[in-house]
Design a protein around this ligand. Structure first.
Ligand SMILES: NC(=O)c1ccc[n+]([C@@H]2O[C@H](COP(=O)([O-])OP(=O)(O)OC[C@H]3O[C@@H](n4cnc5c(N)ncnc54)[C@H](O)[C@@H]3O)[C@@H](O)[C@H]2O)c1
Ligand SMILES: [Zn+2]
Length: 352
């Protein structure tokens, strides 16, 4: 088992290993006190792993209860959020008890936000079950829900007390959901670590523990420098400004990972044309995306993409901060004025 320690506003360990779900109760017992545990999960994950987690918790003296919402992004809303808070209250959860998110990014984000709000903050443990959650969303403390006006528009920074990542749980993912996580792993390689990027030429599923651990270290180092996204943390948005626009334009039919893959290819192509990076960098990124069956082009045009980007919450006054690769392993932030955004995106859409 690997342990990575995060020192943010709250310090915590991320434990990564094969078959550690059965030890979750004992691990949580060492990290937080309390009598009761509330599991928040979705219906798919509940059917696969809910009983095993319940047993692991009860074996270690926790009274446990489970809330399972219908799987998918559509559940990450204010209605589910309020139902979860009511479930905590009805279960008699006290401030010293613990909320356990079991699932992908949706379960982690909504359970984390509910944990941040319930009694102004209750113990919170993440057990990620998708590659995206394991390598990205379970660490860093961003929690939240979607509003009708857009994704992740309400939320809180709320770090967990522990993250327990059992890589065996990822074996039941569909290829599509696994692929979405691969896009975020590729992103971490491009922004921070050429060696990780190059290691991805060996399939991720044959080296899950190592790849997830390296991703967590990269994210940890970035958030420890800038937990609340004043500046440097924005580097994690590589591929996401255009990616979010693509998700929005597709009415969320195109998945997050696919959209981020397209977004990374578009900004890298623009970066080559703007003289920020060499062609080699673009070829390497496109090659790795294709190896994982991820797309590198989009059917949307520059005008629609620019308009969708500007409706995103990440707009900063007169401009929008975009992340461009200088090389594999190093990206830079650039403020693009609103009136130049469309032409920058257009550079990224032309065939190479
Ligand atoms: N907080 C952050 O820093 C952060 C970062 C990136 C993404 N996110 C959020 O994460 C969400 C996307 O997360 P996701 O891609 O994990 O989606 P998800 O949680 O909806 O999971 C995807 C699908 O996989 C299923 N599933 C989960 N684990 C499984 C398993 N082990 N076996 C079989 N099926 C399983 C789920 O039921 C679901 O249908 C988005 O809402 C996004 O905004 C948050
Ligand atoms: Zn993402």
């Amino acid at each position: 088992m690997k342990t990575i320690t995060v020192h943010a506003s709250k310090g915590y360990d991320v434990l990564i290993g094969a078959g550690i779900l059965g030890e979750a109760g004992a691990i949580i017992r060492r990290k937080v006190s309390g009598q009761a545990a509330a599991i928040v999960t979705d219906d798919n994950v509940a059917a696969l792993y809910g009983n095993r987690l319940t047993e692991a918790l009860e074996k270690n003296g926790y009274r446990s209860a489970q809330y399972a919402f219908p799987h998918g992004e559509a559940s990450k809303n204010a209605y589910t959020f309020l139902s979860i808070l009511n479930f905590f209250a009805e279960s008699g959860l006290a401030r010293t008890d613990v909320v356990v998110a079991l699932g992908g990014g949706v379960a982690g984000d909504i359970a984390g936000f509910a944990a941040a709000c319930y009694m102004r903050g209750i113990n919170f443990v993440q057990i990620p079950t998708t590659l995206l959650a394991a390598a990205d969303s379970s660490v860093g403390g961003k929690t939240g829900i979607d509003l009708a006006a857009g994704k992740n528009l309400a939320g809180a920074f709320y770090q967990p007390n522990a993250v327990i990542c059992d890589v065996e749980l990822l074996s039941t993912l569909t290829p599509e959901v696994f692929r979405d996580g691969c896009a975020e792993v590729i992103k971490h390689g491009v922004i921070a670590d050429r060696a990780l990027f190059e290691s991805l030429r060996t399939p991720i599923n044959t080296q899950l523990e190592d790849v997830i651990a390296r991703n967590i270290e990269i994210k940890r180092d970035i958030i420890m420098e800038d937990e609340f996204e004043a500046g440097p943390r924005k580097i994690l948005n590589f591929g996401h400004t255009v990616g979010h626009a693509i998700e929005l334009l597709s009415d969320y039919v195109i998945s997050h990972g696919q959209a981020v893959a397209m977004g990374m290819a578009v900004v890298t192509r623009a970066a080559v044309r703007m003289g920020i990076c060499e062609e080699r960098c673009l070829f390497d990124i496109v090659d790795i995306l294709r190896r994982y069956g991820l797309p590198d082009t989009t059917q949307y045009d520059a005008n629609n993409l620019a308009r969708a980007c500007l409706s995103d919450k990440k707009r900063d006054g007169d401009g929008i901060t975009m992340v461009f690769p200088e090389n594999i392993g190093k990206c830079v932030l650039k403020m693009i004025p609103v009136n130049e955004l469309e032409s920058v995106i257009r550079l990224g859409l032309e065939e190479y």
